[in-house]
Design a protein around this ligand. Sequence first.
Ligand code: HSE
Length: 406
Amino acid sequence: MKKIAIMGHGVVGSGVAEVFFKNYENIKRKVRDDAEIKYILDLRDFPSLPYSDKFTKNFDDILNDPEISLVVETMGGLEPAYTFVKKCLLSKKSVVTSNKELVAEKGAELLAIAKDSNVKFLFEASVGGGIPIIRPLSQCLAANDILEINGILNGTTNYILTNMVKESVDFDCALRQAQSLGYAERDPSADILGLDASRKICILASIAYGKHVYPKCVFAQGINQISLADLEYAKLAGGSVKLIASAKLLDSGKIAVETSPAFIPYSNPLSSVDDVFNAVHVRGNNVGDVTFIGRGAGKLPTASAVMSDVIEALARPDYDPMLSWNDSGSDFIIPHESISHRFYLRLTSSDFSRLDTIIKNSEKIAQSKTEVALISAQTSYSELSKISSLLADAKITVASAFRVLE
Ligand code: HSE
């Protein structure tokens, strides 16, 4: 009999319990043994649940119980999740987590502790919710150099951008709708400023390149400055705008990592991934292009990914998931200023006479007396900043600027 514990009975934790009981026979067959949830850690009481007897408020009940071989962490946030997970791994208990912040900030350290303790630290649910991406990237695509990863990794922002276009509403209105439907948090800043998606690309890039990419090393530009006009110009130019988290291997052997809005032409499958769906495009040097699409958040899709890790850890305790990366500083990541793209720009002014001498070789999407939307030639972020100063001198305001995903 395998005995497990769940820490945190919020949306994801309660989903894990639901999936465990609903699919119990299937899980038992795959684990090839009986399994039981012995404890659920939560500070709240849930007296009406059929499994209310399993709740504890005391983490030590789990830590000190030698029958518990695996702990699921679905509390979210860095603390106390980090302290609890570290103690579990040091006590030779495997840990399965959905916590992207924990993995993005502490992954290298926790993987090393798990290795030393000869237990598992698994986190399929931390990126893309129910989409299988951690295991495909680390195992199925192991024979590839990963040339590029581009992902729609945040459901809230994808819902907001989709809804702005569908309902012809501005950002604030679409955000309020996302909040009323329960997609966006009351404080949605981690989603809309791109921090949540950045944590997720850090995890994918760390797997792909074997070195810990920390969130503080990733340039993040959110979607809070995107206007309905930008989305309409994008449509006119034959594409859509999505918040894209990217990691790219450069000829120098270094990588470029960023999270920012991007104009995506309709020829790219990511352009039509709408609503709360997530998608990850991976380019390998042997496999070519592979795209994963599915539900990136939500109770049961995320619990599905958590339980896949639980089943793997219980069924194959000696199986090496090939998940590891080193703590290697940040020299392998190029500074954001030197990342180069074509850029979408929306400019406002009453006098555009100097525009073409400042921005050369651009493709105009639309031009009126007071507004121009264009796509620039290949330009680095540092050159873009110089161009913005020259435009300001010419009394041309940059109302919007974001990259084009080629
Ligand atoms: N806030 C996240 C999102 C939840 O909107 O995608 C899933 O990580």
